[in-house]
Design a protein around this ligand. Structure first.
Ligand code: MN
Length: 319
């Protein structure tokens, strides 16, 4: 089933002359690494290809753009990678998508061709299979990008979404990428003094509710201004730290933006993060998800606390 879908998409990619590949808002290593790797593969096939990425990207993943340059052409086709809904398409990107490549169970993008593989740990795994099916040999840069994509979404191969296939693909990537440890270091071990100070502030205002089953924290604009950092620089790993604490079933990190509040959620086993976020119009995966609120920070926070009361006392049907 998946194989047929991959062949169909590869046939389409072989026929087109050019494409622009779009990444999701607040880009992570999966969307960005998948986009760059696919872009390079298309260029190797003799196509014109570019990527579209938001201007502000985390310094932890800037290395994925090393050596990348835009080509000058007018794109006729649009490919999305790792984007599950229209609200996650950056303002600067085209909104009409021709080919959608993703692994989110909550994907609701409308596209002429959809390749959504829910069992893939990362979109990077799907792009790996596309590149293999194209018959394009991997290179060091593609391997670096795809490794980063898979390592990012699996929490460096620790999360329950990691499969045997994730490891087999990674093993093959390692033939081309000897310094994978450097990639891990950049993505998982990088921390500036500002990052550390922000973490101190976030942890200091973390609240534990419902007998310690909910850990909820916030990043206000004032906190960011005080440290002189942007929202994109906030390490989402912080919300994962909170769900590791004994007894915590759901952790939420609320980030105040000009137009509302961006929420990242993490859950322990037995609580489906995608289902919880869906209540507020968001989406994601079993253990990690996100959503947006248009209300002010404290209003959004109270709404989350109130809505989670039922979930945390009765449980949801996630695993
Ligand atoms: Mn992903």
């Amino acid at each position: 089933m998946n194989k047929e879908k991959i062949i169909t998409v590869v046939d389409v990619l072989k026929k087109i002359n050019n494409a622009v590949i779009i990444t999701h808002k607040s880009p992570d290593a999966d969307t960005l690494g998948s986009a760059v790797a696919l872009c390079l593969a298309l260029r190797k096939l003799g196509k014109y290809a570019n990527i579209v990425v938001e201007e502000e990207i985390s310094p932890r993943i800037e290395f994925l753009l090393e050596g990348y340059e835009n080509l000058n052409f007018k794109p006729q086709h649009v490919i999305s990678v790792d984007i599950s809904s229209n609200s996650l398409i950056p303002e600067s990107a085209p909104k009409k998508i021709d080919i959608c490549i993703d692994h989110h169970t909550t994907n609701n993008i409308v596209a002429a061709y959809k390749l959504v593989m829910e069992d893939a740990a990362a979109t990077g795994e799907i792009v790996f299979e596309i590149i293999k099916e194209m018959g394009i040999p991997l290179c060091k840069t593609m391997a670096k990008c795809l490794y980063a994509a898979i390592a990012s979404d699996t929490g460096c191969f620790r999360y329950s979404n990691t499969t045997k296939k994730s490891h087999l693909i990674t093993a093959e990537l390692m033939d081309y990428l000897k310094d994978f440890a450097k990639v891990n270091q950049k993505m998982f071990e990088y921390e500036s003094i500002k990052d550390f100070k922000l973490k101190q502030m976030i942890f200091a205002n973390t609240e534990f509710l419902y007998n310690g089953t909910l850990a909820i924290a916030e990043v206000s604009k004032d906190m960011l201004d005080e440290l002189g950092i942007t929202l994109e620089q906030v390490d989402v790993a912080i919300v994962s730290e909170l769900v590791k604490i004994e007894g915590v079933k759901v952790s939420a990190l609320l980030k105040e933006k000009d137009d509302g509040v961006k929420v990242s959620l993490r859950t322990a086993e037995g609580y489906n993060a995608a289902e919880i976020a869906a209540v507020w119009g968001g989406g994601g995966h079993k253990r990690a998800s996100g959503c947006m609120f248009e209300e002010p920070l404290q209003v959004a926070k109270q709404k989350i606390i109130d809505d989670l009361k039922i979930v945390l006392f009765e449980g949801n049907n996630g695993d």
